[in-house]
Design a protein around this ligand. Structure first.
Ligand code: SF4
Length: 463
């Protein structure tokens, strides 16, 4: 079986469904019987607490840790971390030839290599999970929704898609008009650039690091940066320095930007963050904030030295294939070579890494550029631009996907045909299904009687 790089929440879901595997054994050949999977832990520490397993007839109760590979116990530094002292079983998807043992400071932890006991392919399990969501993720209307007819649901999703665009545009407008800060007037080019930067930084943070990225953006004075920073490495110095990522790293690149930072900071006097404010926990290296900061630095270089915002607006206005060309502009942003082979200071990656790929670029276009053009075209009364923006939003094919979109699409029984519909699905999930607002939902109005009380589905991934 090919060793896919699976995320731990997917492996957890495989683990929690015993129909996916046969009799389990530890790497030492001892029979494992699961009596209780325990409670999922969304904080730091092991993945499940209060689990109970019987290993070769002996009952153990405590925590269960889930990993993709057997070596992850060591690379995640669990051995000396006291939060892992109660782990009774280490469940990994893939084994290694020369398997390092999972250990605390006092004992060795039994390990199960799940892939050795699966009774179906990973692909089949994945399809099962999407087609049969856990009861906690089932929409209360899911049984009756198909009776409504696709057109009713689609019309509602389009309305919600526009609601979501307006919601995003309002956030941008508020930042633009923020009193007391740099964002004073909509005529000020610097204010537009600052807001553009803030929301692109937020998008680079995904769900786990959007606040720290927003904070970082808030600490940067673009005017000072424009005046003092000349090269891409100057920008790296400012961003990594300000983010608190420059600690005691010894390679040549780290040394150079650290030196540059100490010189530039003499003039800039920016407030700085601490590395502990950033979230690395449960992230794959490709999503590490250190790697995303490289793209943020290249973006900032283009914004201040390459008139990026003007180019984006020009492209949106004039290109017959605006989305394709904007994607090209975003993917064409250069960042330092060091970050093509590293995901953190001193930590090399085996294959060349991309600090922001195609899906991130499309995400920035949908969630930042289109709402920004909405505000810009209203502010400058550019009706042609407004009409073009709306046409793109309602007609452009949407390629984004994530677990919530997959789950919602399956239960609604449709495939969104545009960015607008897809955004409508996310808005429906986040602002109606997750907030128990069935009585305000067009679907709920038709499916339930007015005395129906719904329960919110528990997961929100986008705000
Ligand atoms: S808000 Fe609408 S779509 Fe969501 S669960 Fe309620 S009725 Fe269904």
């Amino acid at each position: 079986m090919k060793k896919l790089n699976l995320n731990e929440s997917f492996i957890s879901r495989i683990w929690m469904n015993p129909s996916n595997y046969g009799e389990l054994r530890t790497t030492e050949g001892k029979v494992v019987e699961v009596l209780s999977y325990g409670k999922p832990n969304f904080d730091s520490g092991a993945d499940f607490s209060d689990a109970a397993v019987r290993i070769d007839g002996v009952l153990y109760s405590g925590d269960v840790e889930i990993h993709c590979s057997v070596k992850d116990w060591k690379t995640h530094n669990h051995t000396k971390n006291r939060k892992y002292n109660k782990v009774i079983l280490n469940v990994v998807m893939w084994g290694e030839e020369d398997e390092p043992e999972a250990k605390t400071t006092k004992r060795t932890i039994p390990t199960v290599v799940l892939s050795e006991f699966l009774n179906k392919s990973i692909h089949v399990i994945w399809k099962d999970l999407i087609n049969n969501p856990a009861p906690s993720l089932l929409l209360p209307c899911s049984k009756d929704i198909r009776k409504l007819g696709g057109e009713t649901v689609k019309a509602w999703l389009n309305e919600l898609g526009m609601e979501r665009l307006k919601y995003r545009a309002d956030r941008i407008k508020k930042r633009l008009e923020m009193p007391g800060g740099e964002h004073r007037t909509a005529d000020d080019k610097g204010a537009w650039e600052k807001v553009f930067m803030e929301f692109v930084f937020e998008a680079l943070g995904f769900s786990k690091n959007k606040e720290p990225f927003m904070k970082l953006a808030g600490l940067l004075d673009l005017q000072k940066i424009k005046t003092l920073c000349k090269t891409l490495e100057d920008f790296d110095a400012v961003l990594y320095g300000c983010a608190g990522f420059l600690t005691n790293h010894r390679d040549a690149y780290a040394y150079r930007i650290k030196s540059k930072w100490s010189v530039l900071q003499e003039e800039l006097r920016f407030e700085t963050m601490d590395r502990s404010e950033w979230n690395f926990f449960r992230l794959r290296p490709v999503n590490f904030p250190t790697l995303r900061t490289a793209y943020a630095s290249g973006f900032l270089f283009e914004l201040t030295k390459g008139d990026l915002l003007r180019r984006v607006i020009y492209c949106f206005k004039n290109s017959p294939e605006a989305v394709k060309d904007l994607t090209g502009i975003l993917l064409g942003i250069e960042y330092s070579d060091y970050w093509k082979t590293h995901y953190d200071f001193g930590k090399e990656s085996k294959a060349e890494k991309s600090a922001a790929g195609q899906s991130r670029a499309e995400d920035v276009i949908t969630n930042v550029i289109i709402p920004l053009i909405y505000v810009y075209s209203r502010e400058y009364r550019d009706d042609d631009l407004f009409v073009k923006m709306k046409r793109i939003y309602v007609s452009e094919e949407d390629r984004s996907d994530n677990v919530i979109l997959k789950m919602m699409k399956k239960q609604l029984g449709l495939k969104p045909s545009s960015v607008c519909e897809s955004q409508g699905v996310i808005h429906l999930h986040n602002f109606y299904c997750s907030k128990e607002k069935c009585s305000e939902c067009r679907i709920g109005e038709k499916v339930f009687d007015r005395f129906f009380v719904s329960e919110a589905i528990p997961e929100t991934i986008y705000s």
